[in-house]
Design a protein around this ligand. Structure first.
Ligand SMILES: NC(=O)C1=CN([C@@H]2O[C@H](COP(=O)(O)OP(=O)(O)OC[C@H]3O[C@@H](n4cnc5c(N)ncnc54)[C@H](OP(=O)(O)O)[C@@H]3O)[C@@H](O)[C@H]2O)C=CC1
Ligand SMILES: CC(C)=CCC[C@@H](C)[C@H]1CC=C2C3=C(CC[C@@]21C)[C@@]1(C)CC[C@H](O)C(C)(C)[C@@H]1CC3
Length: 418
């Protein structure tokens, strides 16, 4: 059944056909990457070394391990939070409350893992378990998405997302029907966006580092860099957890297969690709090159954090002294758009910083293989597409003022190029 507002929303991602194709393509790509990363030639574009049978992929023990991980993160989410933040205003003018305790969850996970490892937990064995673990994550994601779809059938119209309610079950299953599915105060989308996947990603990286130390005596410099850069990224996301409440994933997109799979399976198992690659294909890296790569990551982080913080500070309080002097354009909604500072350089300076960091994460893996650059390629495509979606939403929200912003700041992500 199509909702009144859903029937007006234009279809994205190529409509039902595109959604169906992505639901097959994304898991297939993830398994391809997992298989290729451990193969000798490590060819991104070649066939996988072998096709694993169900007996390799399906393991009740791995399913149990995966569910235990989700359960642990859910328990940490429910612990008392240092702060409770209000989300953006909803259609019915209400605001939801969100616990801000993601960084605390990261620290407690580190403590628990540290204790478990010193008590003999073989974390270095995790690399060998990635395939069945990824299969368990994909399997549970499908089941979870079906439950989310069914839950949305009984949700009031005001709880539905602007997209994802076209009436086509495949499309709606993929995009997600309900904006903020919750059971009591447990918010599934917010929980999945920042906890099990992101923390799982750094844990997989750490397992690669420990396994490398076991195999070769000590972790390589390249492995240290990849682990350090990505830990900084995840730590930063959890430290600035409140900022996720204004992203389009939380404010605009429904919670369906796309985000559930993206958050729970795609992020931990494909974002850790560089560490997986390095475990099986050690790369020599000298200090001078490592220093240049650190500098690239630092520049990317500086732009990413500067731009995101500037916008978040401005959106919270436009008269905050840190942003009060910036030039702005008024809009008919009463909100203003920044046209100087980071947001006067390009229309998505935060994407630029993120892409520079993505480059720095691949460079420690050398230039002999394309595989470790998969993240950079995928992420460029994701951000270009995301930018176009955001542009469309901003045009709807701000109309003429958005046209004026585009005239004053003509480049989207890369100054003078794009
Ligand atoms: N690692 C990963 O896989 C991914 C990382 N990311 C990162 O997540 C972060 C958030 O990205 P995302 O949610 O896409 O979008 P942004 O944080 O860039 O937010 C876009 C919104 O910002 C507001 N805005 C745009 N221009 C201006 C301006 N000039 N002045 C004031 N406000 C403005 C508008 O919303 P409004 O006016 O309503 O406030 C717009 O909808 C980024 O750093 C991105 O790189 C994103 C996707 C994947
Ligand atoms: C191709 C595919 C499977 C689509 C789903 C996309 C998701 C993987 C990404 C959509 C937006 C994301 C964000 C982050 C991770 C990736 C996903 C879920 C993010 C949590 C990474 C850390 C950042 O600091 C962030 C908090 C800004 C970011 C928010 C968006």
């Amino acid at each position: 059944m199509a909702s009144p507002q859903g029937s007006r929303a234009p279809l994205e991602f190529g409509g039902p056909l595109g959604a169906a194709a992505l639901m097959l393509l994304l898991p297939a790509t993830m398994f391809h990457l997992l298989l290729v990363a451990r193969s000798g030639p490590a060819r991104l574009l070649g066939p996988p070394p072998y096709l694993p049978g169900l007996q390799v992929l399906w393991s009740p023990r791995m399913l149990l391990l995966w569910l235990t991980w989700l359960g642990l993160q859910a328990a940490l989410y429910l612990l008392p939070a240092r702060k409770v933040a209000e989300g953006q205003e909803l259609k019915d003018k209400s605001r939801l409350l969100y616990p801000i305790n993601g960084f605390q969850a990261l620290m407690l996970t580190a403590l628990l893992v540290g204790l478990a490892v010193s008590a003999g937990l073989p974390l270095g064995a995790l690399p060998e378990m990635l395939l069945p673990l990824a299969f368990a994550a994909t399997f549970t994601t499908f089941i979870f998405s079906v439950l989310l779809y069914l839950k949305a059938l009984v949700a009031p119209a005001s709880a539905l997302a602007p997209g994802g309610n076209s009436g086509n079950p495949i499309y709606d299953f993929f995009l997600g029907r309900e904006l903020n599915p919750r059971v009591w105060s447990f918010d599934f989308k917010y929980f999945c966006e920042l906890r099990p996947g992101l923390i799982g990603w750094v844990l997989i990286n750490l397992a690669m580092l420990m396994q490398e130390a076991e195999l070769r005596g000590s972790p390589s410099l390249a492995m240290w860099l990849v682990n350090g850069f990505q830990l900084l990224y995840v730590g930063d996301a959890l430290w600035h957890e409140e900022a996720v409440l204004t992203t389009m994933d939380i404010t605009h997109d429904g919670f369906g297969f796309m985000l559930a799979f993206g958050d729970l399976a795609w992020v931990p198992f494909t974002y850790s690709l560089q560490a997986q690659f390095l475990l099986h294909h050690p790369q020599p890296l000298g200090l001078p090159v490592a220093s240049v790569i650190c500098l690239i990551n630092a520049v990317g982080y500086y732009i990413f954090r500067g731009a995101n913080s500037q916008k978040n500070t401005f959106r919270k309080n436009p008269s905050d002294p840190r942003v009060a002097d910036l030039e702005t354009i008024p809009t008919a909604t009463g909100r203003q758009l920044l046209v100087s500072g980071w947001w006067g350089m390009v229309r998505h300076p935060n994407y630029l910083g993120d892409l520079i960091m993505a480059l720095a994460w691949s460079l420690p893996c050398g230039v002999s293989h394309l595989l470790p650059y998969f993240y950079l390629l995928y992420f460029t495509a994701l951000l270009v597409h995301r930018e176009a979606r955001d542009e469309q939403q901003c045009l709807q929200k701000y109309g003429l003022a958005w046209h004026e912003y585009c005239r004053r700041v003509p480049y989207r992500i890369l100054p003078y190029i794009y």
